[in-house]
Design a protein around this ligand. Sequence first.
Ligand SMILES: NC(=[NH2+])NCCC[C@H](N)C(=O)O
Ligand SMILES: [Mn+2]
Ligand SMILES: [Mn+2]
Length: 324
Amino acid sequence: MTQPSTITQRFLSKPNQLGVVAVGFNGGQCKLGVEAAPMALIEAGLLTQLKDDLDYEIHHDDTVHFYENLIPAEDPDHRGMKKPRAVSAVTERLSQQVYEHAREGKFVLTLGGDHSIAIGTVSGTAKAIRERLGREMAVIWVDAHADLNTPEMSPSGNIHGMPMAFLTRLAREDRRDIFGWLQDEHTINLRKLVYIGLRDVDRGEKQLLREHGIKAFSMHDVDRYGIGKVVEMALAHIGNDTPIHLSFDVDGLDPQWAPSTGTPVRGGLTLREGDFICECVHETGNLIAMDLVEVNPSLESLGASETIRAGCSLVRSALGDTLL
Ligand SMILES: NC(=[NH2+])NCCC[C@H](N)C(=O)O
Ligand SMILES: [Mn+2]
Ligand SMILES: [Mn+2]
């Protein structure tokens, strides 16, 4: 186990203070139901567990944000992107909410929502880290997908497949109402991004991963080296003096463990492997924020409670729960 760096300790000035943002947003993709996930996770007892079992002091406004007043009536496609103004307005607002928690030194937990919301969460923590520590943070992205499509490359036009492209500036858009609000302070250095669990990566995304030498551990690597070695290599790439934002797409898990998600892909992580990633990232002492996204309780209704339980388990593990 690496020692928590003083840099991160300085940032998380209140290590047991947890800012929670519940984001009932589904506009980054086309299936209904993912907006109900935050309520389902909370009703399953997630926040109570974090408070009672892990001793967090929870700062939550007791609302699930649907951002109804930010969703425009007219939102025509732009560069092939679907609902670009809605996603932009919601993530801009979310970025501010996350930033406000993070700048006070709280750990920020965001419950999505589809993965487009990471444009808001990651930009918010990246800005707070730059401001408070004068440095760049790292992102660990656990997912079956790379979510690195530029609008032009995207096979679907769904923005939940693009957040990393906008966050790293591989994709840019100058229109203020379509992600033009993203400033340099919000962005992520490509060398500070690490993927785990990939197994459904589009052609253009593969090319970007190769071209830019982005650190990515696919399921092939998990099979070859085992999850222990993969996490060790991922953390070694980041180094132990860098704050980490963990963005966990529940479809990183195999559908056997998380069937209720919009874009399931077979051959994924076991729940135990997912929990192990979260436990190890917690052990670094450098984790400053986590997103849990793409739980869709209305899909595969038989598996919904299983998926919700898996989601709760991942969050608990990232926040310090241990088996012993
Ligand atoms: N966050 C997710 N589940 N993303 C799935 C993306 C699927 C596909 N690569 C696309 O861009 O449309
Ligand atoms: Mn995914
Ligand atoms: Mn994703």
